[in-house]
Design a binder for this molecule. Sequence first.
Ligand SMILES: *Cc1c(COP(=O)(O)O)cnc(C)c1O
Length: 340
Amino acid sequence: MAKDIDWGSLGFGYVKTDKRFVANYTNGAWDEGALIDDDTITMSECAGVLQYAQTCFEGLKAYTTEDGRIVTFRPDLNAARMADTCKRLEMPVYPEDKWVDAIVQTVKGNIDYVPPYGSGATLYIRPYMFGINPVIGVKPANDYQFRVFTTPVGPYFKGGAKPIVIRVSDYDRAAPHGTGHIKAGLNYAMSLHAIVEAHEQGYAENMYLDPGTRTKVEETGGANFIFITKDGTLVTPKSDSILPSITRRSLMVVAEKYLGMKVEHREVLFSEVKDFAECGLCGTAAVISPVGKIFDHGNEIDFPSGMEEMGPYTKKLYDTLTGIQMGRIEAPEGWIKEIA
Ligand SMILES: *Cc1c(COP(=O)(O)O)cnc(C)c1O
């Protein structure tokens, strides 16, 4: 029985659900893992995660398709990305097939919290891992916990996707040769001051430039950029310090294979941004947030698509990808993982 929740008025906040998956890594091996009821964690005051921030995460969604199936979107890519993240953070990899199975188990355990088709709401899934044993000398933890919880979240855009205004940030998100390409909690800790300041100044997000030269576009705190040229080419920035968004990688396929667009994944100079026709941010949460304006220290870039609605190419990309996710459009092989 679906829970008695007003799906349409849910925000993006934590709502405790019934079950969570927990696996422990001790003596160099993962245990079997299990679904449990307890939503709290007890650990040493000296746990590695609390001292040296050895923690990483992923984010994906479960939702109901038009024909009533409960599915997730490309969870194998989240599993692979978390494996890459763990290697960079000297954490043990949770085997990728078992990782996807943990997602399936957790969603099944909270199946009554999966919002119905058409509500715009989804069940957000948060897999994460952290060092749990006492660590005081700077070194990786020996013991880890891998957990997955779910929380129902509301429609990202209430009343349509309005273009946002962003600023070019004076802060960097990631160092050259650093950790920008992995989903580490520490990247988010670094971005909090910059986003609070941006919000205080009236901007929805920060555009970060490459930390080495400050001439190339990187991404925002939690989403990759897509740009559309005046002749309808999808251009998306390439850099070793950008987090490889699964939404962005999927949009590149949708643009080329479904919409017949030209796609360029390359370095994007900030100086060419003013010449693009459309701009958007892409990530699991919103799929695409259209950008209407970018402020750069007194200079303003206004995209021709304006401040009222998504540009036409962005809209087609958005409608096609969400159509694939919701089962209205046939998905490429392996993109939709059926749970129930
Ligand atoms: C998670 C994340 C994204 C979006 O990735 P998706 O896989 O599309 O959800 C983009 N940038 C950063 C920094 C992220 O952490």
